[in-house]
Design a binder for this molecule. Sequence first.
Ligand code: MTE
Ligand code: MO
Length: 235
Amino acid sequence: MSTPLPPGQREAAAFHRFGLTKFAQRFPKETSSCVLEILGSVTRELHLTDALQGLPRVEQVCDFHWVTTWSFRALRWEGVRFIDFYAQVVQPQAAPHASATLVALRGQDGACTGMLLEDLLAPDVLLADRLNGQPISVDHGSPWRLIAPAHYGYKSVKHLSRIEFRDPAAGYRVSGLAFMDHPRARVAREERGRVLPGWLLRYLYRPLIPGTVSRFARASESRNARSPHSGETAA
Ligand SMILES: Nc1nc2c(c(=O)[nH]1)N[C@H]1C(S)=C(S)[C@@H](COP(=O)(O)O)O[C@H]1N2
Ligand SMILES: [Mo]
């Protein structure tokens, strides 16, 4: 059952809420559904109120790899494959221009990153709305998030609200410091960041884990205390 973890990763005991500390206190406004905007280098912009509706649903068990060197094994996500969403909704209705091979992704909390369209079309990339048999919690990305298991967790944008097609020369905005965001961030190649080699970033990131975990957990607890029924966790 236990396949080896990717280079530099260690197994985590829990699926934590995690990320850049400036996002610890930011939560989505819409947690049961949200408009998903498709824009940028497209023929027609879309404002989808029920983006996953009518698409074939899949269930997928995969590991989640935080760039800070932890991995949590065997999460069971449900949702639709990005490639199906692209082929059945985006291509026919928005018709992105052929030159737009870069995709900027944004969450309701303002978090941003980008992925190559080619990487998004891999069969294991999902728009997920359920985790381990329950709707995704606020902590982990309600109402839906991207799941790109072959890439570090920072590409798996939570509370996904905007997908923007771009020409690669235009680049994309990132949530944190540019050197922390590798354009592809493939876990198997240890593409943790843009400038420093992955093996070196392991040592810079590991010491940040405990403080970040407790900061995110405290922020969730105080949010749950304010709105007790909207932050239930599914994992
Ligand atoms: N909308 C949004 N998506 C996000 C983030 C965020 O702050 N906001 N953080 C990213 C980072 S840096 C990480 S490590 C993972 C954390 O996912 P988790 O909280 O489910 O562990 O979400 C990614 N997606
Ligand atoms: Mo992260």
